[in-house]
Design a protein around this ligand. Structure first.
Ligand code: BEZ
Ligand code: FE
Length: 277
């Protein structure tokens, strides 16, 4: 070895890459990048990644980016099907049983849903089994909260969101409510269906290669916002759905599964104050 030069090897490369992070780098950047480099190198060593597999991986990541536009987010979808989205959510929303469970947002929320009031119909004229939604927004102690914004969205009886139907411009099977003094949101709609996550792209190929299906169990989405309180992004799932145990994005939690067999979805959401531990 020529004096002053070093040969990077399997044994010293990981530490050498980590050592290049400058001591004056932002501490969080240094922490995250150190762990990322360590885990990436450990992964390559564990599977003994071949140059051909490395090339395939690069081609896959490049393709993921190409599939993304304002209607399709293939990178988040990969995070979802690998359980990363739910892991981040679980860490960000550690709480006790007095607060409602969270789950993934998914790609089908829209910024400006139709404004609705109690008694309205989310899906006028849509074919399907009628479903009544009757939910209450409460604080951690069960006291109803006035002035909470509640966005609700779900699929058609065939398992499509409005943005997947026709030119995707019309808004239906969704609405935005604001709670009154009783904290209640009450509306009518039709029962959604289980449906596949978008699986015609690179993420679909990964699912198929692992022998996994793309289905999500039947659910209705809720996003609750109230100033001074933490946002609650969650779904309520239909008990008895055959896909509850094989949700493609691992979003199911037992506390969010309810019985709709009488045509009614009822739930009491409990949201914590912003500053709650
Ligand atoms: C959804 O529930 O809308 C959803 C969540 C994650 C990925 C795809 C869809
Ligand atoms: Fe959904």
């Amino acid at each position: 070895m020529a004096d002053g030069h070093i040969t990077y090897t399997e044994d010293n490369l990981t530490d050498a890459v980590i050592a290049r992070i400058r001591p004056d780098a932002d501490p969080r950047v240094a922490e995250v990048m150190t762990a990322l480099i360590r885990h990436l190198h450990a992964f390559v060593k564990e599977v003994r990644l071949t140059p051909q597999e490395w090339e395939q991986g690069i081609a896959f990541l490049t393709e993921l980016g190409r599939w993304c536009d304002d209607k399709r987010q293939e990178v988040i979808l990969l995070s979802d099907v690998l359980g990363v989205s739910m892991l981040v959510d679980a860490i960000a929303n550690r709480h006790d049983a007095s607060v409602s469970d969270t789950t993934v947002l998914g790609p089908f929320h829209r910024e400006n849903p139709p404004r609705m009031k109690n008694g309205d119909n989310l899906s006028p004229g849509a074919p399907g089994t009628p479903l009544e939604i009757d939910v209450t927004v409460c604080d951690q102690d069960g006291k109803p909260l006035e002035g909470a914004q509640v966005d609700i969205w779900h699929t058609s009886a065939e398992g499509y969101y409005d943005s997947q139907i026709g030119d995707g411009e019309a808004h239906f099977m969704r609405g935005r409510f604001v709670t009154g003094p009783d904290g209640r949101v009450h509306c009518f709609t039709i029962c959604p269906a289980s449906y596949p996550v978008p699986h015609d792209g690179p993420v679909g190929r990964v699912l198929a290669a692992m022998g996994r299906g793309p289905m999500r169990p039947t659910h209705v989405h809720f996003w609750i916002k109230k100033p001074g309180y933490r946002d609650l992004i969650t779904h309520i799932f239909k008990d008895g759905d055959p896909y509850l145990h094989e949700d493609a994005v691992f979003g199911v939690k037992a506390s969010l599964v309810t019985d709709w067999s009488d045509g009614k979805l009822t739930y009491q959401f409990r949201i914590p104050r912003q500053d709650a531990a």
